[in-house]
Design a protein around this ligand. Structure first.
Ligand code: MN
Ligand code: MN
Length: 311
């Protein structure tokens, strides 16, 4: 028993060092992403460049890079044949993370190509910084949310109330701990040593997101036996390569050439409950959305920053 406890302690220490390493790689990847987001550049090229950057450094991806533009708040990643380019009207959220041994990075920032929405970007950044200054063991979840919401409202924007931060552990990105972007009345307290992500979303709209019919990101839910041959081909690859974390349809394209058959097979996997879809989330009044996300470890009297996007 004693030996097991020592092993456990040693393992935690290793995890903590690896988390910091993942934080560094994630920050570098986000800098890379920001440097290639330009008016006229293809979203697909940015996605491939950044995902290769992380893989070439020897890490996995926590999830496909999210490149969500304007009223799309989250969960867009380019399709395999995506022709879309960035325009001079775009407010671009970049959300990504490096993964290793089941530990996950998760950070985000917003690039304002429109040069007209810097305050919207700054509002989410300032809300994040203010929230982080409150993080310590015993801090109430509702108070952190309140700080985020009031900071965003001070800039005359709205926080998105049905998106928020979360705990992160070896089992995944969402541990059950939800850190709201407003005072949601949750009296529960942050616990020492918990790894969390805080991610304020600010919008010019009403402050609510909903699903669209666009979906490029999925996650394995439970292994089954789909009837369609195409779905079985995809499932084999998903189980082998992407069983732990969300994946992009784009990553499966080499298995099925036909776009129609590829998406039909994905649809079959969803309807049979084998994969879970992560549809693009849109602000319900089509408001512009900004997001800034950092990752940290809760300490007794403050937080240890694991990954914070550069300003
Ligand atoms: Mn994220
Ligand atoms: Mn997150």
């Amino acid at each position: 028993m004693k030996d097991e406890m020592e092993d456990e302690t040693g393992k935690d220490r290793d995890d903590s060092a690896l988390m910091k390493e993942l934080g560094k790689v994630s920050v570098a990847a986000l800098q890379k992403a920001r440097s290639v987001v330009k008016v006229g550049a293809k979203l697909l090229d940015v996605a491939e460049t950044v995902e290769s950057f992380i893989k070439d450094a020897g890490y996995g991806l926590s999830f496909p890079i999210n490149i969500s533009i304007n009223e799309w708040a989250a969960h867009y990643t380019p399709a395999f044949d995506d022709a879309r380019t960035f325009s001079e009207r775009d407010v671009v959220k970049l959300d990504l993370g490096a993964e290793k041994e089941g530990l996950l990075g998760d950070i985000a920032l917003t690039v304002d190509l429109s040069q007209d929405n810097q305050e919207l970007v700054d509002a989410s950044r300032e809300a994040l910084e203010n929230a982080m200054s409150m993080v310590r063991a015993g801090a109430r979840v509702r108070d952190i949310g309140k700080e985020i919401g009031s900071t965003i409202e001070k800039h005359k924007f709205k926080p998105i109330t049905n998106l928020g931060g979360h705990g992160i552990d070896k089992n995944g990105l969402h541990t059950g701990l939800f850190i709201p972007n407003y005072d949601n009345g949750d009296e529960s307290e942050l616990e020492e040593d918990t790894v969390i992500a805080i991610e304020p979303f600010a919008t010019t709209g009403k402050g609510v997101v909903t699903d669209t019919s666009v979906c490029e990101i999925y996650e394995l839910a439970s292994v089954g036996m789909p009837r369609s041959q195409d779905a079985r081909i995809l499932l084999g690859e998903i189980v082998q390569k992407y069983s732990k974390n969300p994946f992009a349809v784009r990553w499966l394209h080499s298995l099925i050439d036909s776009k129609f058959r590829l998406y039909a097979a994905m649809h079959a996997l969803v309807t049979s409950g084998i994969v879970e879809p992560y549809p693009v989330l849109v602000e319900v009044t089509n408001g512009l959305v900004s997001q800034t996300e950092a990752q940290m470890r809760v300490q007794s009297d403050s937080c240890e920053i694991i990954a914070m996007p550069e300003k």
